[in-house]
Design a protein around this ligand. Structure first.
Ligand code: KIV
Length: 289
């Protein structure tokens, strides 16, 4: 399916979207009704305009995740990610999409102090990027902030279970919910975030049984990552599922092996440059005869 026309007057032929209606937060929320979701929600991360163009026709939601800290910037965690990074990449993804809802992660330190701080940060993200929603991490403690934002015109995606911005408190990226009290807390967190008004919730890195309990008992759609097939939707980091990294977590399915294919293309290019077999007549400008 292609819903755009190519404007060939630009050097990279940036598509001009055909006017259409973007997926909205209420449309995503209404996919789950009376505890059931007929059509699972498809979410992938995107950080750049071109990747957004390629993913958009296939996704309900494009998430500009703060995982860009590791994937794009080579940072050791999501903690150092800045508002400037999220706004620049968020705007690029909005420019490259026309159908999916674009949600942008609120970076660590931009929302936890108070609902007012969260509102100022989320409003900046929405104004500078044109995105239609923000995502923030945290359970019961963040529910009042989610309520504050949604009552002021900011659709929010929650994120519970393994919350990477809390890596220093959690002590690592291992699956959550192995202890009874931890499992109960994850369910309470998801319920609080749903009651606060989140229109969907990312549930990351939890035991399958807990994910099933959360998906069945929480009103808002649950988007799993390292969770369960019973969730109301799924999300993956696009570069993981494309096989751009040699090492990926257990919950990632690789749908391609782009790392190997890029390496092979670069090897061929290098070999042809060194042997002067690139460029050929096909790639060089000559005077018209
Ligand atoms: O930052 C991110 O990419 C995310 C997804 C893994 C859900 O939060």
């Amino acid at each position: 399916m292609s819903t755009f026309t190519i404007d060939t007057s630009t050097s990279r032929a940036t598509p001009t979207p055909v006017p259409g209606k973007r997926t909205t937060a209420p449309a995503i929320r209404s996919r789950k009704s009376e505890g059931k979701t007929e059509q699972p929600i498809v979410m992938l991360t995107a950080y750049t305009m071109r990747m957004a163009q390629l993913l958009d026709p296939h996704c309900d939601v494009l998430l500009v995740g703060d995982s860009l800290g590791q994937v794009i910037y080579g940072l050791p965690s999501t903690i150092p990610v800045t508002m400037e990074m999220m706004c620049a990449h968020g705007a690029a993804v909005v420019r490259g999409s026309w159908h999916a809802l674009v949600a942008v992660d609120m970076p660590f330190g931009s929302y936890e102090a108070s609902p007012e701080q969260a509102f100022a940060s989320a409003a900046r993200i929405m104004k500078e990027t044109g995105c239609a929603a923000v995502k923030l991490e945290g359970g019961e403690a963040m529910a009042p902030t989610i309520e504050f934002l949604t009552h002021r015109g900011i659709p929010v995606i929650g994120h519970v279970g393994l919350t990477p911005q809390a890596v220093n408190v959690l002590g690592g990226y291992g699956a959550r919910g192995r202890e009874q009290h931890e499992a109960a807390k994850i369910i309470l967190d998801a319920q609080a975030v749903s009651d606060g008004g989140a229109f969907c919730i990312v549930l990351e890195g939890v035991l399958e049984d807990i994910a099933n309990d959360v998906a069945r008992s929480v009103a808002a759609p649950i988007i799993g990552i390292g969770a369960s097939a019973e969730c109301d939707g799924q999300v993956l980091v696009t570069e993981d599922m494309l096989g751009l990294f040699e090492r990926t977590p257990r919950f990632v399915k690789r749908y391609d092996d782009l790392a190997a294919r890029i390496g092979e293309a670069a090897r061929s290019y290098a070999q042809e440059v060194r042997s002067r077999s690139f460029p050929t007549a096909e790639q060089t400008y000559r005077a018209k005869s």
